[in-house]
Design a binder for this molecule. Structure first.
Ligand code: MN
Length: 294
């Protein structure tokens, strides 16, 4: 049975652009070093946005060296990047964007959502790439709710959606560079969950809402992440309330992590190169959107 090693939460929200009121749950300056290949997690909302003619979000900015994975729980996110990737995602959908050698992108609320307003809730993860793949071509995977298999947990304990990796024979649609399990779980109150994970993978559990309790009596609740030991294959806990949680697991990369702002590489020299390439326009540019409202 896996032991819970540490827990972490953030009480201090900040805005990303004018669209995303986020709490940074972990970054590569803290837990991200222990839970490789995951580098960072921003949890946006839940927040109610009023109807608006202005489309909120964050404007053109670059990334290099990793992937951004955006999971929408409520609301809509629209993305556009300089490699030609883009799309609108809504509740249950996931955007898996590989920045790799570099791109610039913008992330906005969907136009319809902005107009109507409503509840917004989203998670964005940064997933590291192995050194040998950091300079490969950018890629975009828009994963629809309907493509993501859902498994009913033993003992009617809830449901598990497989975004990446495999659970009880159900395979997630995300193509990943290294072995990763990313599971969206709804656990029912007073039920026990037992989930099997590959030996040696890093494992953490992020609780969006509700509460879980480990077998040794430690609790994790709203907007809190817990890191479990890599040893053993069984993750077990009880949901003390109806709980929405995300399981992040993966094979650790074991390579140096050197990041600055929107770039995460393996050395300071590569970070300087990233700034040079971005400043010289080598990560591309976004064209103007025709007919967009300001
Ligand atoms: Mn971004």
């Amino acid at each position: 049975m896996k032991k819970l090693l540490s827990t972490q939460r953030s009480e201090t929200p900040h805005w990303v652009g004018d669209g995303f009121p986020v709490r940074t749950i972990f970054s590569y300056n803290d837990l991200g070093r222990e839970i490789s290949p995951f580098l960072l997690m921003d949890y946006a909302g839940p927040t109610e946005f009023p109807p608006s003619r202005h489309i909120r979000g964050v404007g053109e900015h670059p990334h290099r060296g990793f992937e951004t994975v955006t999971i929408v729980y409520e609301g809509e996110v629209e993305h556009r990047d300089s490699s030609g990737g883009g799309g609108l995602i809504g509740p249950g959908d996931v955007q898996w964007m590989t920045a790799a050698s570099g791109l610039v992108h913008e992330e906005k609320h969907g136009a319809e959502f902005a107009k109507k307003g409503g509840q917004f809730e989203m998670v964005q993860l940064w997933v590291n790439l192995p050194a040998k793949d950091k300079m490969t071509k950018p890629k975009y995977q828009g994963l629809r709710n309907a493509q993501i298999p859902q498994v009913t947990l033993d003992g009617d304990a809830g449901t598990l959606r497989v975004i990446a990796g495999e659970f009880q024979g159900a395979k997630g649609p995300a193509a990943t560079f290294t072995p990763i399990e990313l599971w969206d779980v709804r656990a029912k109150k007073d039920r026990d969950l037992k989930l099997s994970l590959p030996e040696g993978h890093t494992v953490s559990v992020f609780v969006l809402s509700g509460e879980i309790e480990t077998l040794d009596g430690r609790k994790l609740s709203d907007a809190e992440i817990g890191v479990f030991e890599r040893e053993s294959t069984e993750l077990a806990f009880k949901a003390t309330q109806d709980t929405k949680l995300l399981i992040l697991a993966g094979k650790p990369l074991g390579e140096p992590v050197v990041g600055y702002g929107p770039f995460v590489m393996n050395s300071m020299m590569e970070i300087r190169q990233a700034f040079d390439d971005f400043n010289a326009g080598r990560m591309g540019q976004l064209g103007e959107i025709e007919g967009s409202e300001s």
